[in-house]
Design a binder for this molecule. Structure first.
Ligand code: AKB
Length: 339
């Protein structure tokens, strides 16, 4: 039997590249990708087909769907929180209209195949909005339903798309479709800030974590845009990819919701600096808070309650803060910059 086709949007981004490697290592799928920028040569052998194009191009999406029997979609393409504040309308277009196009395409595929296409959507801690630091401290680890009051366009977009996905999965009926039409199987994960050894993020607000680590490893000075006490949850990239695959593989019957928190470790910018200095004593880091970006980080929770993901589909991060540094970030980043 042919392996199922997986479509990855935003394949050239941070999560995308790690996911492609992991999907290829699993040997279970044929991977098709779409990203605005062409995939680097080294990633092409991991895919059966790669498209350079825009997810707002419905004609292109229809073409992709016509050429492949897509059974799984990882819709990773997005404009992140800092970039989204610079151009909120563009963020809305990409994050909401783009997601709607993908959902519609996947729904049509479900109907065509006669079974539910699984649609994996990376949401974010940006859907939360704690109005004050006192609220943030008092809230501690937030549950999925709490504080859904985002202060960024990106956070609003992610929260809305979680609902859009839930709507497609539970209520949507295409006009004229047979009552037996298969519904989309939508599953979302609210990711914390992600730290990858391979790539440096762009346009996000949790970027201060990975930027500090990479700058120290490169021996470059870094001006951190949040104060040392700014704290949010973070996760090492391999855990983020495992979370996506864990939720993908979960039996639908075990899922009590369409959207899950996942956590790993909660640290402040000062904690990250202290850990960086242990490995790179020469690290030249200063704190120069940017009021807009610091406010966004202040509005995000200190930590998330991921009890539901642990219970429903066995989520458990492999990397805590120390292990993420010792066994993943430091060895890989050192090797990367030595090259
Ligand atoms: C961002 O900073 O915008 C993202 C996120 C937390 O979703 N990394």
């Amino acid at each position: 039997m042919e392996k199922p086709v997986v479509l990855v949007t935003g394949s050239n981004g941070e999560i995308g590249r790690s996911l492609l490697e992991r999907l290829s290592a699993s040997g279970r799928y044929r991977v098709v990708t779409i990203d605005l920028t062409p995939l680097p040569e080294s990633f092409r052998p991991l895919c059966v087909e790669t498209y350079a194009g825009n997810i707002l191009d419905r004609y292109l999406l229809d073409q992709i769907a016509a050429h492949h029997e897509i059974e799984v979609v990882f819709h990773l393409a997005a404009l992140l929180s800092t970039r989204g504040e610079r151009d909120p309308e563009l963020a809305h277009q990409i994050n909401v209209e783009g997601s709607l196009h993908l959902l519609r395409m996947a729904q049509a595929q479900s109907n065509r195949l006669g079974r539910a296409v699984r649609f994996l959507f990376p949401s974010s801690i940006a859907v939360y909005g704690l109005p004050t630091l006192a609220d943030k401290r008092a809230a501690g680890r937030v549950r999925e339903e709490a504080w859904n009051l985002p202060i960024t366009m990106y956070g609003c977009n992610k929260l809305y798309c979680e609902h859009l996905g839930r709507y497609f999965a539970t209520h949507y009926r295409q006009l004229g479709a047979l009552s037996t039409a298969a519904r989309l199987d939508f599953r979302a994960i609210r990711f914390p800030g992600l730290i990858s050894a391979e790539t440096i993020p762009t346009g996000g607000t949790s970027d201060f974590g990975p930027e500090m680590v990479h700058a120290a490893a490169r021996g470059e000075p870094y001006a951190c845009f949040v104060p040392p006490e700014a704290r949010i949850p973070f996760m090492a990239m391999p855990d983020a990819v495992e979370a996506l695959l864990g939720l993908l593989d979960a039996d639908h019957a075990t899922l009590s919701t369409t959207t899950y928190n996942v956590g790993a470790f909660s640290v402040s910018a000062g904690d990250i600096l202290a850990r960086v200095q242990r490995s790179f004593p020469e690290a030249d880091v200063t704190f120069r808070p940017d009021p807009v970006r610091a406010k966004i980080v202040d509005s995000w929770p200190e930590d998330v309650d991921d009890t539901r993901a642990r219970k429903d589909w066995g989520w458990k991060p492999a990397y805590d803060f120390d292990r993420a540094f010792e066994e993943y970030l430091l060895p890989k980043i050192r090797a990367r910059y030595a090259r």
